[in-house]
Design a protein around this ligand. Structure first.
Ligand SMILES: [Zn+2]
Ligand SMILES: [Zn+2]
Length: 289
């Protein structure tokens, strides 16, 4: 197991070196583009996945205040899909704002559907009711599809696998977090997965977890436990939080220690907004500045 991991790291390292050599001073060929996607962290909890020919997929998008940036980045793009992991305003706020304004065309919106009751009763301190009602307005007259656990959604031939659409019993809104994996490119998004979601992943979806690149649970050590990260066994960790907070908050220090023990080599965080990960179909990747 240890040897396998060392070999995997050597292969990834060599491919990184080679990709730097071959990309230096030249343009990406058409063939290379078709073999890769670019995953870009645009704010704390917003990702744009750049596909071929100006097509994109968006995951969450951040607060309402992030809407202008998102609008700028998505200008003249064809938005094939927008995944909303759950209805906290730091994830769905920008989407709600842009869609209610009618500024964007999105082919299909994917979300996890729950009884309105949970949004009316849980976490009044987070204005969840208002966020939910705005989301309902945002997807009105749109092609919005409720996902289920184990759905495979093919976009431009790429398998977006809903490993978990959220838990059946909800104690907090984060229990509704959609866990999504871009299968061919080995990229996993944990959104705001809770400890209980982590337990469900280990019990029922363990074989789906292994991924080279992972968006770490948004709540650090309060999110999934170390055993989930061991199963994922990532090489790149994407932190959806400010680096100063990560360095000083005990829940994030804890996760960093786990990742060091697991052997995660690269960390991308909100301060690296201009960094993207270009991921190839065979799971190789390079970090682009
Ligand atoms: Zn959340
Ligand atoms: Zn969050």
């Amino acid at each position: 197991m240890y040897k396998e991991k060392i070999m995997k790291k050597i292969i990834i390292y060599l491919s990184l070196v080679l990709s730097v050599i071959f990309n230096f001073g030249c343009c990406e060929s058409k063939a290379e583009v078709s073999e890769s996607i670019k995953v870009s962290l645009i704010n704390r909890m917003g990702f744009i996945i750049y596909l071929e020919d100006n097509h994109v997929v968006v995951i969450d998008g951040g607060f309402a205040s992030d809407a202008p940036l998102l609008e700028l980045l998505l200008k003249n793009k064809i938005i094939d899909a927008w995944f909303i992991t759950h209805l906290h305003d730091d994830h769905v706020g920008a989407f709600n704002t842009l869609m209610v304004q009618g500024d964007l065309e999105v082919e299909t919106i994917y979300y996890s559907k729950y009884s309105p009751n949970i949004y009316y009763t849980l976490e009044p301190q987070h204005n969840v009711k208002e966020t939910y009602e705005m989301f309902c307005s945002a997807i009105e007259n749109q092609n919005a599809v409720a996902v289920n656990t184990n759905d495979h959604i093919y976009i431009d031939g790429i398998d977006f696998h809903v490993i978990l659409s959220g838990l059946d019993t909800i104690d907090e809104i984060n229990d509704t977090s959609m866990i999504l994996k871009i299968e061919e490119y080995s990229v996993l998004f944990l959104a705001d997965a809770t400890k209980r979601e982590g337990e469900c992943l280990m019990e029922e979806h363990e074989e789906d977890l292994a991924s080279n690149i992972v968006q770490l649970g948004h709540h650090g050590g309060k999110s999934v436990s170390k055993d989930v990260y061991e199963k994922i066994n990532p090489i790149v960790g994407i932190w959806s939080f400010d680096p100063d907070f990560v360095r000083t908050n005990k829940f994030f220090i804890e996760v960093k220690e786990w990742l060091d023990e697991i052997g995660v080599i690269y960390h991308i965080n909100i301060a690296d907004q201009k960094k993207s990960v270009v991921v190839y179909k065979n799971g190789d990747f390079h970090i682009k500045r």
